[in-house]
Write a protein that binds this ligand. Structure first.
Ligand code: SF4
Length: 418
């Protein structure tokens, strides 16, 4: 098994209309189709009720076992390879530093976000545990087995962080607490800190506080959309999904108060129709609140309601990636930058020699997320090839080498090669 696979979908340098950015008018999701009654709410899996036998590797040719959190969790292919429960290699990566544990139920996520492979509208086509998510399969593993392996490895564990990824499901809040308790019973959170990727729609302030009291280190909110209009179109009523921009911000502000500065953040997907100025204004707002942004480059996930749309052109993505790094880690403010009439960055607000040094260091182009043990600005969560194919990497899961940096400079265009 390898993360390197041929892929038909685009890894664009230009969007479909030839522009160097994905405009709002272009990025319209498809409307979700109605799901036949016999496929709703995980009915297929529940009717057959096949008992799971240990690790389940997604396989569309067998009946999907009935697996539920907290007994079962799913994890990315990269995490399963690192944990040693799958064999194989990843292109240019030895392992991932973040063990992401995704809650799982036969009913799956009850939301319908347009860019997401886990969304509810897919229940007619594919059972939840078999759905691709951020471009890879997610094996299902008994939680106790995953904890045993990490506890056995102790200080030698390759993981710098664990992250519990909630979904929209009535059991999600309670089961997140159980997973966190079972983990911290065996593994000291000072050794492997825990992040929560939350689901604000079902949460109250007390839920946020409980996770903090139980030892969670960082709390993130997957805003994903950079503006309220894009949020509504991709995660709200536009696609019959239950989320609201205001509820997400309510929980984000609760997390700010409860977890404190540097310990909360938001996920943002770049290239779903916002301008560069829009997304960088949001990045600045988060920094001013004391938080961080964790960025993803939009990629048309197969089976999602946006799988017909272009990936984010690389020049748009690189400009935002670089500018976000400068705001998050170098004290540059969005007001120091200059933008053109379409909101694109034309000046990063730094003298050329300083900008060159940041580009050459390469960290700005690595995957962003909660920090690991290497450096404050190097994410534990490296999500290998989660937002691009390896042939045209968007977020580098490792330090980019000389060739990579030459390519990045070309993609940036406004920063010419030395
Ligand atoms: S809530 Fe999260 S997991 Fe569920 S459809 Fe939306 S993005 Fe996907």
């Amino acid at each position: 098994m390898s993360c390197h696979r041929p892929e038909a979908s685009t890894s664009a340098t230009r969007s479909a209309d030839g522009a160097d950015h994905n405009a709002f008018s272009l990025m319209q999701p498809r409307a979700p189709a109605a799901t036949p009654k016999e496929a709703r709410n995980g009915a297929r899996v529940k009717i057959h009720n096949v008992a799971p036998q240990g690790v389940y590797l997604p396989n569309y040719n067998v009946l999907t076992p009935s697996m539920r959190s907290p007994e079962y969790v799913q994890m990315s292919t990269a995490a399963a390879l690192t944990l040693g429960i799958m064999s194989g290699k990843m292109h240019r990566c030895e392992c991932t530093r973040c063990l992401n544990l995704l809650l799982t139920y036969p009913e799956g996520c009850r939301a319908n976000c347009a860019y997401c492979g886990l969304a509810r509208h897919r229940e007619a086509e594919r059972d939840y545990a078999d759905r691709n998510f951020i471009r890879v399969d997610w094996p299902a593993v008994p939680l106790a087995q995953a904890i045993d392996i990490v506890a056995r490895d102790g200080a030698k564990s390759p993981f710098h962080r664990m992250c519990i990824s909630m979904i929209t499901h009535p059991r999600s809040d309670e089961d997140t607490v159980t997973v966190l308790r079972q983990w911290t019973d065996r593994i000291d959170p000072a050794t492997i800190p825990v992040s929560i990727l939350s689901n604000p729609t079902t949460m109250r302030r007390e839920d946020v506080a409980r996770l903090h009291d139980l030892g969670a280190d960082i709390f993130t909110v997957a805003l994903d959309a950079a503006t309220p209009e894009i949020f509504e179109r991709t995660r709200g009523k536009g696609v019959q999904s239950p989320h609201s921009w205001s509820k997400y911000w309510e929980i984000l502000m609760d997390a700010r108060e409860i977890f404190g500065a540097g310990k909360f953040g938001a996920h943002i997907i770049v290239g779903m129709g916002e301008s560069e100025h829009d997304v960088l204004t949001l990045v600045q707002r988060l920094v001013d609140l004391g938080g961080h942004s964790h960025m993803f480059c939009f990629f048309p996930e197969k089976g999602s309601l946006m799988d017909h749309l272009p990936a984010t052109p690389r020049d748009q993505w690189r400009r935002v990636q670089l500018a976000r790094y400068l705001i998050d880690y170098r004290g540059v403010r969005v007001e120091h930058m200059k933008f053109d009439g379409e909101g694109r960055v034309v000046d990063f607000g730094l003298p050329r020699t300083e900008l060159d040094a940041v580009v050459d260091a390469g960290t700005a182009f690595r995957t962003s997320g909660c920090p690991g043990k290497f450096a404050e600005d190097v994410s534990a969560c490296d999500r290998p090839y989660g937002d691009s194919p390896p042939s045209n990497i968007a977020s580098y899961p490792f330090a980019p080498n000389g060739n990579d940096l030459r390519r990045i400079r070309k993609q940036l265009r406004i920063v010419e090669a030395k």
